[in-house]
Ligand binder design. Structure first.
Ligand code: SF4
Length: 339
């Protein structure tokens, strides 16, 4: 491992100034960064410890918006009674991420910045060809073991999956990432993450010297009736094979969809909003026929790379099941969408 210097910042001004230096990383929970440093994937020259910055671990809920500080721990947000009541999808997506130990350490800001679990990306000793780690070197996953790789948003340069759960629920509900640098700005989270295209090493819109200070989620009606479904190879501790964050607001008849929000994870190169599926459901009752037709659009444009083709079949079922759970559709119907 390379040597690096370490600074504990006492205020955001110092943190931002220090972070503008080349080869600098912020250190919060460290659950991703320290792993990747040990693997020789991340090689920072400077670490700026932001764990002691005041005022960035708050959770505020007003009638219009939920604001969560970047340094709030995943476990604290997941267990917050008002979050569970106002926005179940946020709590559920955090509970179903990682292990209890990691959730107790990891911060919300760090969670948004976690990097792909692509095996080839994480093993520079064995694989030099990774466009994300080493631009222009090729992609070992294209001809390799790609069962856990993306089918949506891919390019011929990279098919790595965006690994987050919480970010999927944020994308479904039009959250914004609050950023502080020389100026403060607010980035819609759907724009925050970048598609790989020919530059998979560029993953987000943060510039050098900018720090995430929080996220803000508008309190739309569908947020209260929301759910996060995560399907994975084992229930206790695993990244998603496919997941869905959904929320529904019904008309006064209790059947017709007035508003619906859907995003999927575990299948795309960034958290993936399903606007075509939403449009197919709005103004209709959620019955089995409507769900089947609408959910099929979840994989419009999907492309298998070989071993990950099962995700194209799995994703519409996960979307349909999540919608049925939140729409309280009969168990018999839900059984027909079992994954
Ligand atoms: Fe690297 Fe992306 Fe290919 Fe994985 S899928 S080896 S991260 S370029």
């Amino acid at each position: 491992m390379r040597t690096f210097d370490y600074l504990r910042a006492e205020n955001t001004t110092t943190a931002i100034t220090e972070a503008a230096k080349p080869e600098t990383r912020f250190l919060a929970g460290g659950t991703t960064l320290l792993d990747l440093m040990k693997l020789n994937v991340e090689r920072p020259a400077h670490l700026v410890d932001i764990t002691r910055l005041p005022g960035l671990d708050t959770i505020e809920i007003s009638p219009d918006v939920i604001r969560i500080g970047a340094l709030a721990k995943m476990s604290k947000v997941a267990a917050h009674a008002d979050i569970i009541e106002a926005a179940p999808v946020l709590s559920e997506s955090l509970w179903r991420a990682a292990s209890a130990q990691l959730r107790n350490m990891a911060s919300i800001g760090g969670n948004l910045m976690q990097r792909t679990r692509c095996t080839y990306f994480r093993d520079p000793g064995a694989y030099s060809n990774c466009n994300k780690r080493n631009p222009g070197s090729g992609c070992a996953a294209l001809e390799g073991i790609n069962r856990n790789h993306a089918v949506l948003g891919t390019s011929d340069a990279c098919i790595a999956i965006s690994p987050g759960d919480f970010a999927v629920s944020l994308v479904a509900f039009d959250a914004s990432v609050l950023v502080r640098g020389t100026v403060e700005r607010r980035i819609p989270i759907d724009d925050f993450y970048l598609l790989p295209g020919q530059t998979p090493h560029l993953e987000h819109q943060l510039s050098s010297g900018e720090m995430i200070i929080g996220v803000e989620i508008p309190r739309v009606a569908a947020l209260k009736q929301s759910h996060y479904l995560k399907v994975r190879d084992r229930a206790s501790y695993e990244f998603a094979a496919a997941s869905a964050a959904v929320g529904i607001e019904f008309e006064s008849d209790g059947k017709t969809v007035r508003d619906v929000r859907i995003a999927v994870g575990g299948v795309a190169t960034k958290p993936w909003r399903l606007r075509a599926v939403e449009d197919a459901l709005k103004g209709r009752p959620i019955d089995e026929a409507t769900l089947r037709t609408a959910a099929a659009a979840a994989v419009d444009g999907a492309r298998s790379s070989g071993r990950n083709g099962f995700k194209i079949e799995l994703t519409p079922k996960v979307v349909a099941r999540a919608l049925m759970t939140v729409g309280e559709i009969s168990h018999d119907t839900e059984e027909r969408f079992r994954t």
